[in-house]
Design a protein around this ligand. Structure first.
Ligand SMILES: Nc1ncnc2c1ncn2[C@@H]1O[C@H](COP(=O)(O)OP(=O)(O)O)[C@@H](O)[C@H]1O
Ligand SMILES: [Mg+2]
Length: 344
């Protein structure tokens, strides 16, 4: 890439080569630096999507070129308001922290695939060689252990804590249902019990040194996800939504809760966005995508859109989620990884 940024350049390539341009894009009201749109779209395209006038677009270009040459841009890089795309560096600066980043996965309601997205994000990090753990706090559908095929009860660790189970790919997993006699036993716990169990899983489990701990939060905006958000050192939140959820305002409540708790939304994933037939026809079963609205509501990038994929469901049911490969997932994984890298 030449040392001049031009309008035809792809946003994603620009921010990958010059990470300090991210704040310029943000300052100009373009949050899509790392989203799946941004990964394919040119600066001119992004400016069009956000209805920039030609002057505004030229200003953006000149500011981008200013920062890469160490000059001060005309539009001061905006300090993002709380809860809107603040870099993931709040606690990670502490080098003694054994768990470097805690990322919570949240959704407004159950059944949108929050646990599945948690699992897939963990797999994407693991494939990059990161040390990853999953704290499964979604007792409403204890699906994490099942999708990774981790069975058995956790044992006592050498230091007297609880030793988590390990997936085939080496992801450490801790789940409520590992303490149940039978997988089909119900967990009838009230909110405070759920949140204190999650807190205990965080502190009493011997996670060892981890690069990332992903926390699959209980769905909704009730007491349990809220106390977890406050009690754990959560560095970032990924919001999982599905197309019809925006209409019901459920996802809004979820986003507001994170913002009120001064959490940082690092990205949004739209699950069950469409179904694709074997000959490539797409059906938006739950309605049209809300990706763009989610981006403007959160100020965070849309990390990806996953289709309803029967092969994915089958892999999850047989404990083999780590074997999943698909184009939409690769894009989600790449965006997630680059969001973490860019923002670090
Ligand atoms: N994109 C998808 N394609 C196929 N099946 C999916 C997809 N997303 C979720 N599922 C399935 O839907 C069910 C609910 O997903 P889950 O992750 O447990 O939801 P949540 O944690 O939000 O309650 C699971 O059986 C899961 O395998
Ligand atoms: Mg779940």
């Amino acid at each position: 890439m030449a040392d001049t940024i031009t309008a035809d350049m792809i946003i994603h390539d620009v921010v990958t080569k010059y990470p300090n341009t991210v704040k310029v894009f943000h300052g100009h009201g373009l949050p899509c630096t790392a989203c799946s749109v941004g990964s394919r779209e040119s600066i001119a395209g992004g400016a069009r999507t956000h209805r920039f006038t030609p002057e505004k677009r030229d200003q953006l270009l000149s500011d981008l070129n200013a920062v890469i040459h160490g000059e001060i841009p005309s539009v001061a890089p905006k300090k993002a308001p709380v809860g809107k795309g603040i870099p993931l560096n709040i606690l990670s600066a502490d080098p003694n922290r054994k768990i470097k980043q805690v990322i919570a996965i949240m959704s407004g309601k159950g059944g949108v695939g929050k646990s599945l997205v948690t699992g897939l994000l963990a797999v994407s990090l693991r494939r990059q060689g990161q040390r990853v753990g999953i704290l499964d706090g979604d007792i409403t559908g204890p699906s994490i252990a099942r999708m990774f095929g981790t069975t058995g009860s956790p044992t006592k660790s050498a230091s007297g804590g609880i030793e988590p189970l390990r997936s085939k790919g080496g992801i450490k997993v801790m789940s409520m249902n590992m303490f149940l006699e039978k997988e089909s036993d119900p967990v009838v716990w009230r909110g405070p019990m759920v949140s204190s169990a999650i807190k205990q899983f965080y502190s009493d489990v011997d996670w060892g040194d981890l690069d990332y701990l992903l926390v699959d939060l209980p769905p909704g905006t009730s007491d349990a996800p809220m106390t977890v958000m406050q009690a754990l050192p959560v560095d970032g939140v990924v919001v999982v939504s599905s197309p019809q959820m925006l209409a019901t305002m459920i996802v809004m409540k979820c986003i507001h809760m994170v913002q009120q708790l001064k959490g940082v939304i690092v990205g949004v994933v739209e699950n069950m966005a469409y179904f694709e037939t074997p000959n490539g026809e797409r059906y938006e079963i739950f309605g049209a995508s809300n990706g763009t609205e989610l981006v403007s509501m959160t100020g965070a990038p849309l990390l990806g859109q996953l289709p309803i994929d029967p092969s994915l469901a089958a892999l999850c049911d047989s404990g083999r989620v780590e074997e999943y490969y698909a184009e939409a997932y690769e894009l989600l994984a790449a965006n997630f990884i680059s969001t973490l890298k860019i923002k670090r």
